[in-house]
Design a protein around this ligand. Structure first.
Ligand SMILES: Cc1cc2nc3c(=O)[nH]c(=O)nc-3n(C[C@H](O)[C@H](O)[C@H](O)COP(=O)(O)OP(=O)(O)OC[C@H]3O[C@@H](n4cnc5c(N)ncnc54)[C@H](O)[C@@H]3O)c2cc1C
Length: 387
């Protein structure tokens, strides 16, 4: 890979690359074609312990930092795969780790680390609330020793390939709280049990091969013991996990970005038209060079966010900036890679169109660019709050 420069994470990089080598382009292409789930790949990743990177050793994980975890995600995408099938576990378990009781952590984390259970899903988004999460309408009402859940979620990923899901629901009506961010709670939901007792899962066909769903809750009863942390503080708990999520997504985009640049540079050097490699034309070479610079720059911000996070320093600004810069850089690299390949960029066998679709998602989810701009404008630059 022309863009490869060894760093202190080389051991992790090489080990993940060796695993990914068993799942070449053809594997991911076929999964994409079939709109399937890369079951064998996720199993191999779990067995090798990579998805338990952020789980502390006391609970059976490897207790690595966010920087190392982000390198794992980066390498998967850089090797041509798609971490979107499994990245949820990396950051969702953080919510349980930070806010769950010791009993909940002992119950779930070792089994997640061993691969016996998957915690791949987090249900926050709703059709009528959109990005304005405090307006969610899904409610959980305490009745005896359980909570009864009613409502609807949308775009909830990996539910069909997960055992557990973290659910955000309102436990105190919006009209009765002092601040709109109060009165929401999070629960750990056993997906199999829930689908038998009032949760309906409806898949959403979409542009990417990303298993994502609408969820409907009709008097779903969740044991009160599945409440994570204190009732009413769920929104804050979700926010606590966002910096890790943003930074890991940034790393995936960095992996994609390097993949696009490598493929574009290689193709530009090999493809001969008018008796010379197309890369000899500056109109072809310069956009690839520019895309590479953008990915490199975003990568610095990604490692800055990791450094602060791992030092337990505030990193909201850096995590948001890393996510946006990396998503933008990978999308630009995708565009350049497709253009460099000409018509062949559209042929599935080159994998460019697949990766192009996959990386586009990250300018929208898990947070859209405008919301990142809004965060920086308000919280970093002190401009007036807009919503
Ligand atoms: C494939 C996929 C997987 C997903 N997986 C999950 C998941 O597992 N769990 C989950 O909870 N959610 C998930 N999501 C949801 C995702 O987080 C949201 O789609 C995303 O946050 C944007 O919310 P929205 O779609 O409701 O857009 P909206 O909130 O309707 O916004 C639409 C557009 O308007 C812009 N906008 C809205 N308000 C403002 C404003 N005040 N100022 C400026 N611009 C504004 C937004 O930036 C956006 O571009 C997923 C989405 C997709 C597409």
């Amino acid at each position: 890979m022309p863009t490869d420069h060894p760093d202190q994470y080389q051991d992790i990089r090489e080990a993940v690359r060796a695993l990914c080598a068993q799942f070449p382009d053809e594997y991911f292409r076929k999964v994409d074609e079939e709109r399937g789930y890369p079951e064998a790949f996720v199993d191999a990743l779990t067995k090798a312990g990579w998805l338990a990177a952020l789980i502390p050793a006391d609970y059976g994980g490897s207790g690595l930092g966010l920087a190392e975890a982000s390198v794992i995600m980066e390498e998967i995408n850089r090797c041509g795969g798609n971490s979107g099938a499994c990245h949820g576990q990396m950051y969702n378990m953080g919510t349980l780790l930070r806010h769950g009781s010791e009993e909940q952590k002992r119950k779930y984390l070792p089994r997640i680390a061993s691969g016996e259970l998957r915690l791949q899903s987090m249900a926050v988004t709703e059709p009528t609330a959109g990005t304005d999460t405090t307006r969610i309408k899904t409610v959980a009402v305490k009745k005896g020793d359980c909570y009864v859940v009613n409502g609807q979620k949308v775009w909830i990923s990996r539910v069909q390939h997960s055992d557990l899901m973290i659910l955000l629901a309102r436990t105190t009506p919006l009209a009765e709280v002092k601040r709109k961010s109060e009165g929401m709670s999070i629960f750990i939901v056993d997906i199999k049990e829930a689908t038998a007792k009032g949760m309906t899962v409806r898949p959403i066909p979409n542009m990417v091969n990303h298993e994502t769903n609408e969820l409907f809750f009709d008097n779903l009863e969740i044991p009160a013991g599945n409440l994570i942390g204190e009732e009413g503080r769920g929104f804050k708990y979700i926010l606590d996990g966002l910096n890790a999520e943003r930074t890991l997504i940034a790393a995936e985009c960095i992996g994609d970005g390097y993949w696009f640049v490598d493929r574009a540079a290689k193709y530009a050097a090999e493809r001969v038209v008018f008796d010379r490699p197309i890369g000899q034309n500056q109109g072809v070479a310069f956009p690839i060079a520019e895309a590479y610079m953008e990915v490199e720059a975003a990568n610095l911000m990604r490692f800055r966010a990791c450094e602060l996070f791992d030092a337990q320093q505030p990193c909201g600004a850096e995590a948001n900036m890393a996510k946006h810069l990396a998503a933008k850089a990978s999308w630009e690299a995708a565009n350049v890679c497709l253009q460099t390949h000409g018509g062949f960029g559209f042929a599935c066998e080159y994998d460019v169109e697949r990766k192009f679709r996959e990386t586009r998602l990250y300018l929208v989810a898990p947070i859209s660019s405008n919301l990142v701009f809004s965060y920086i404008a308000e919280h970093v630059l002190g401009m007036p709050r807009s919503f």
